[in-house]
Design a protein. Structure first.
Length: 283
């Protein structure tokens, strides 16, 4: 800061803030410029495949990869638009290091390889491959406050998972003004579910979530939680319709979670953008 400004009492905090804003702006400008640099043909192919790529995720055929683009971007370390050359360049580097795919073009093999990486970060997946984890002792569960739960419903989680959720939700609200103006966003609509309650609901309502609820749901561990991230018009917040999942994937809240939830110990379940699992304790 110049002597003249200091002499006029130019506040130090304000000047530091201006420097930080300029640095952040410069960083964004550099990132935007970088998004134009990369293999243009691959970028063109990615624009075409975003809504159309046929690939298989856990036995289900997915149409396109647009709703997975935020997770892919985080994985390859790119904040660029998924149809940009910069994104294709970052994807190419990921493909080379994982020995899959071709030159920055998204394909089924790359999506499946990436999904394997995502699966490997969820301890519940490895644990349930051996035997379905037993639910925790009830004394290890803590109850969310009515303000933290969707519609004030009773939500229980392991205490460590609830503490991590609270820290994450507070950080998200500090970062995103739209979360502060809509307190319903980020509330929990499902936490711990006993195997007996899941089985009963599967039998009585036919609501088995593709048998996952009937067989072995991550919610039995008290480590999984479903967050209200909004929904497409006319859809439930937990609708697996492509339109709803795409809507959620484009929300600021989901994108913030993709880049930040890992700092709080949470990993995503890519097929259901509302479902997150805390990894701070074994299932
Ligand atoms: Zn869930």
């Amino acid at each position: 800061m110049s002597k003249a400004l200091r002499a006029r009492g130019f506040p130090l905090v304000l000047s530091c803030t201006i420097v930080l804003v300029l640095m952040a702006t410069a960083g964004l400008a550099r990132a935007a410029a970088g998004c134009a640099v990369g293999p243009p043909a691959a970028a063109k192919a990615n624009i075409a495949s975003l809504p159309a790529l046929q690939w298989t995720l856990q036995g289900k055929t997915e149409d396109g990869w647009a709703l997975y683009a935020p997770l892919v971007g985080h994985e390859i370390g790119s904040v660029c638009d998924p149809g940009s050359p910069g994104f294709a360049g970052a994807l190419m580097r990921w493909q080379m290091s994982h020995k899959v795919g071709v030159a920055g073009v998204m394909d089924a093999a790359t999506m499946q390889a990436m999904n394997q990486v995502w699966l490997s970060r969820r301890p519940f997946v490895a644990a349930s491959a051996k035997a379905c984890p037993a639910p925790p002792d009830p004394s290890r569960l803590a109850r969310a406050t009515p303000a933290e739960s969707f519609g004030g419903k009773t939500i229980e989680l392991r205490s460590g998972a609830l503490a991590a959720y609270r820290a994450m939700a507070a950080a998200a609200r500090r970062a995103l003004p739209q979360l502060r103006s809509d307190p319903r966003l980020l509330t929990i609509f499902s936490g711990f579910r006993s195997p007996e309650a899941d089985a009963a609901r599967c039998a009585s309502e036919g609501n088995c979530q593709g048998q996952a609820r009937a067989i072995c749901s991550a919610h039995r561990t008290g480590l999984a939680l479903d967050l209200d991230l909004g929904s497409a018009p006319g859809d439930r917040i937990d609708s697996s319709d492509d339109a709803n999942r795409l809507f959620i994937s484009r929300s600021a809240a989901y994108r913030w979670l993709v880049w930040n939830a890992g700092r709080f110990g949470f990993q995503p379940y890519p097929f259901e953008p509302w479902h997150w699992e805390w990894t701070g304790e074994p299932p």
